[in-house]
Ligand binder design. Structure first.
Ligand SMILES: C[S@@+](CC[C@H](N)C(=O)[O-])C[C@H]1O[C@@H](n2cnc3c(N)ncnc32)[C@H](O)[C@@H]1O
Length: 215
């Protein structure tokens, strides 16, 4: 729903990391976007589940998940819009992570930065409050993006974000003012970035003010 009003003219949307497909299936069933969504997912189990659910809902003509790394998919149809809840777990290394596909580099923003360097004109990106959000917003600005909309919700630390290798890194990032969280919660923001020549506002200071409110 966040994208409504920002990408209604795009006939195709790309999705990095579809997981089990549920968030996008719900969006397809509930929203008014009439185009085609091409998702990319490397995890076998998630990819299978996503396509089983897509078939069950009979929306194959609206949403398709490809079993290939987003970065290796050379024949993607052209589009201007990318949607993603990317891997954002920070840790010094991915070697001990329960699921390596959730690794976001040493500050959690590595994949997000890579995706913001691809020249999509609109990107809906989930931004975590413990993954160097200020650094990521600064990077987005350097790539020519403005924040034009956002929605934030608190999430409870779960199994993967509580893993010792991840949690200790989050605490280190907090000491450097690069992670914001409370005892039980962190924040996950759905952020719409638009290339500055299309954007009519810049909300990154407002977004950071909300993210920093959690201490
Ligand atoms: C944070 S999960 C999001 C899953 C789902 N979209 C959701 O919101 O529940 C990130 C997903 O990205 C996938 N992923 C990681 N690297 C990928 C890559 N290079 N290409 C495609 N998917 C990737 C992971 O396997 C994981 O399912």
């Amino acid at each position: 729903m966040l994208l409504v009003g920002h990408c209604q003219t795009a006939p195709v949307i790309h999705e990095f990391g579809s997981g089990d497909g549920m968030p996008m299936i719900e969006a397809v069933l509930g929203a008014c976007f009439q185009g085609m969504i091409h998702g990319y997912e490397i995890n076998d189990v998630s990819w299978n589940l996503a396509n089983t659910r897509i078939r069950y809902q009979q929306i194959e003509d609206r949403y398709m998940v490809h079993h290939v790394s987003f970065f290796d998919a050379c024949n993607k149809p052209y589009t201007s819009t990318l949607v993603t809840n990317p891997p954002y777990l920070p840790a010094w290394t991915d070697s001990r992570l329960y699921i390596k596909g959730l690794y976001g580099g040493i500050d959690g923003s590595m994949i997000s930065r890579k995706l913001l360097s691809l020249e999509y004109s609109t990107v809906l990106l989930m931004v975590s409050s413990f993954s160097n959000p200020a650094g990521l917003l600064q990077y987005a600005s350097e790539q020519g993006y403005s924040v034009v909309d956002f929605l934030i919700r608190p999430l409870i630390f779960g199994r993967y974000s509580s893993q010792p290798e991840v949690k200790s890194r989050i605490v280190e990032l907090h000491q450097e003012q690069k992670a914001f969280f409370s005892e039980h919660y962190y924040l996950l923001a759905g952020v719409v970035f638009q290339k500055q020549n299309h954007a009519d506002k810049e909300l990154s200071d407002d977004l950071m003010a909300v993210i920093q409110s959690l201490r």
